[in-house]
Design a protein around this ligand. Structure first.
Ligand code: ZN
Length: 82
C-alpha cells in the first residue's frame, strides 16, 4: 500500500482514512500538499461519462407515453351536407 491508495486517482486529493493505520506521516504531508478529496470523484467522473453517452443515445430511447391518452373524439368539423 503506497501513496496511491491514499491519493484519489481523479483529483489527487487525499481520500478519507479507512482505518487507524491510514493516519501516517506521509498522509499528513499529502494533505498539506494536495488537500482532501471531496469524495465520489470516480463515481462522478463515471456518471459524467455515462451522461455523455446517454445524451448521444437519447434519440434511440422510446418517446415517453403521452399524459393524455389519445382516445378523445376526432375533431371533425360539423358540416351539414344538404
Ligand atoms: Zn477525488
Amino acid at each position: 500500500m503506497g501513496s496511491q491508495s491514499v491519493l484519489c486517482p481523479v483529483c489527487q486529493g487525499v481520500v478519507p482514512a479507512t482505518g487507524k493505520e491510514a493516519y501516517t506521516a506521509l498522509r499528513g504531508r499529502l494533505i498539506l500538499t494536495n488537500g482532501y478529496c471531496a469524495g465520489g470523484c470516480a463515481e462522478r467522473r463515471a456518471e459524467e461519462q455515462a451522461q455523455q453517452q446517454t445524451q448521444q443515445m437519447v434519440r434511440l430511447e422510446p418517446a415517453p407515453a403521452p399524459a393524455v391518452p389519445v382516445q378523445g373524439p376526432v375533431r371533425t368539423p360539423l358540416r351539414v351536407v344538404r
